[in-house]
Write a protein that binds this ligand. Structure first.
Ligand code: SAH
Length: 342
């Protein structure tokens, strides 16, 4: 347990259990939100610091790369030496932070760099939250002025494979005591763990759900995504419809265009048939080349043609803008680069 895993109420209770007055809980909580290290806290004495040291978060920004377009890529380091990465994207309407949920990943998607060394471990709710606190501070925010407006759970890891920590994270960051980021400003991207999509809906979450589909039929999906052995596309779409009916939130499908795998216009037509009549949007993503992987990227022009074909069948589709290309590419690439250097 680290103290950022706790809500304000839980932290106050914990502080009382340590024999400290309750107001210390609020002081510690504020310091955590502000991304402060224990040494930087001025409101509590050294003896209290000693007492809570074991549990106070020690994550930090380990590396930072700023792109020509303003995108910032962060590498965070945790207590145990593990590192994960994140990206801050600046838009007109606000700042979106892409957050990691696991060190590594066990889903094994063949185009993805995060999964090259398998799953190392889950991040705790407080470690997922810590990424937002550190960046909020780094870009000039504090506990009152929140500079991060949107969160996307699209960094390394499969968020629904770490369900309890991720859902606790959503509740924590959503809280008025914390960064107060509303569920409609949080997106969760998943390769499609069907049972957990039903669980999210049944547990009352109303976040935006993004499905990494990347194929228009199961056979093609199995070429690049091992999870396709476990769940069919139809099962995923049924779960998405259930989620939509419960939440009213439009589902976003991600489709990474891979040359000679899923990039033909017939695939677009097949995808359009699958999604016909369902309130959703398709995001076409140009494949980010990962040098350890054999897949080849389709051109941007091919991405536009694919999106156009979907539109022809009345499916809303856009090609994702690429940001921060000059600073480390696709998710998980930066971590691998650093692991190789060390
Ligand atoms: N595990 C989750 C979230 C992490 S990946 C998921 O599968 O959705 C975030 C998105 O980036 C996913 O859509 C993933 O398929 C995509 N992605 C991973 N590697 C990529 C690459 N090399 N090029 C383009 N997109 C990639």
């Amino acid at each position: 347990m680290i103290l950022s895993d706790l809500s304000l109420t839980e932290l106050k209770a914990w502080v009382r259990e340590q024999g400290l007055p309750e107001f210390r809980g609020k002081q510690i909580y504020d310091a955590i939100i502000q991304g402060k290290t224990l040494e930087e806290i001025t409101t509590i004495s050294n003896s209290i610091k000693k007492q809570i040291e074991e549990f106070y978060p020690k994550y930090r920004i380990f590396r930072k790369y700023i792109s020509a377009d303003g995108t910032i890529k962060y590498v965070y380091k945790f207590d145990d030496g593990n590192i994960v990465e994140g990206v801050l994207m600046k838009y007109k309407y606000g700042n979106t932070l892409c957050i990691s949920t696991q060190v590594g990943c066990r889903m094994g998607c063949k185009f993805c760099a995060s999964t090259l060394h398998g799953l190392i471990r889950n991040l705790s709710a407080g470690e997922i939250l810590g990424q937002a606190f550190l960046v909020n501070r780094d870009i000039g925010g504090d506990s009152k002025e929140r500079k991060i407006t949107n969160i996307v759970l699209m960094g390394s890891g499969e968020p629904l494979d770490n369900y309890l920590n991720v859902t606790k994270f959503i509740k924590l960051i959503n809280s008025e005591d914390s960064l107060n980021i509303s569920e409609r400003n949080i997106s969760l991207s998943t390769c499609g763990l069907v049972d957990k999509i039903y669980a999210l809906a049944d547990d009352g979450f109303k976040i935006t759900l993004t499905i990494s589909l990347h194929a228009s039929n199961d056979e093609v999906r199995r070429v690049s995504m091992p999870i396709a052995q476990r769940y069919t596309i139809n099962e995923i779409i049924d779960a998405c419809k259930y989620y939509f009916n419960k939440t009213g939130r439009r589902i976003i499908f991600e489709y990474t265009l891979i040359k000679d795998v899923n990039d033909k216009l017939l695939h677009a037509e097949e995808l359009a048939n699958l999604l016909k009549g369902f309130s959703c949007h398709v995001n076409i993503i140009p494949l980010n080349k990962v040098k350890e992987r054999k897949f080849v990227d389709a051109t941007r022009k091919e991405c536009y043609l694919f999106a156009q074909e979907l539109e022809k069948f009345s499916i809303s589709a856009t090609v994702r803008r690429t940001m921060g290309d000059d600073i480390g590419g696709a998710c998980g690439q930066l971590r691998n680069q650093i692991l190789m250097e060390e």
